[in-house]
Design a protein. Structure first.
Length: 190
């Protein structure tokens, strides 16, 4: 039952993007097409899950035993940067079109505060390794869900008549705000 609460809470109630406002840069930047959003979501899922596992192990088996908790942020960022480099290499070989579509936003996963935030929140919430992995996967799914919904709306908006002063970024930000407000309706679920 605890895992179900973590999953529902992470995807809907405290969605990493729409409720905690972490990972806004790739959310706005990559979400112009649904296909690109799905690709970015997959990359974030991979990095977030592995980063959470590796950082949890480092926290409890290296940093805590040696009294190096103050190094947490630096160590976590180094782990995330290494994993992003690995994802970049893999995507360049496996899917060059997705690699070029993600462009500059792929290396930005390194500084994506959602990935670092989930790794740190896993430690702060005192999750076990398995709970942390479930938490990371659920947050990545929530991140992807928010991006795909937003991308779908943005694709639809391109076909609509929008007032001249609202075209592009202004209407995207209004839609993002409304989307965030809609997710607050799930707050009473968990």
């Amino acid at each position: 039952m605890e895992y179900i609460v973590i999953i529902i809470g992470s995807i809907f109630v405290s969605n990493i993007v729409l409720a905690q406002f972490l990972g806004i840069c790739p959310f706005v930047g990559v979400s112009s097409k649904v296909s690109t959003s799905i690709g970015m979501g997959g990359a974030v899922l991979f990095v977030m899950t592995l980063a959470t596992m590796v950082t949890w192990i480092l926290q409890y088996y290296v940093l805590n035993p040696f009294g190096l908790q103050f190094m947490q942020t630096i160590v976590f960022i180094l782990v995330i940067a290494s994993l992003v480099q690995m994802v970049e290499i893999i995507l360049k070989k496996v899917s060059p079109s997705l690699y070029s579509a993600l462009g500059v936003f792929l290396p930005l996963i390194t500084t994506n505060c959602a990935v670092l935030g989930v790794a740190i929140l896993t430690i702060q919430k005192d999750f076990s390794l398995m709970e942390g992995v479930v938490y990371a996967i659920a947050n990545a799914i929530g991140f992807t869900l928010a991006m795909v919904i937003f991308a779908g709306i943005r694709e639809h908006l391109d076909l609509m008549e929008v007032p001249k002063g609202m075209k592009g970024v202004p209407i995207a930000l209004v839609v993002a705000g409304i989307l965030a407000l809609s997710f607050f309706g799930f707050t009473g679920l968990v």
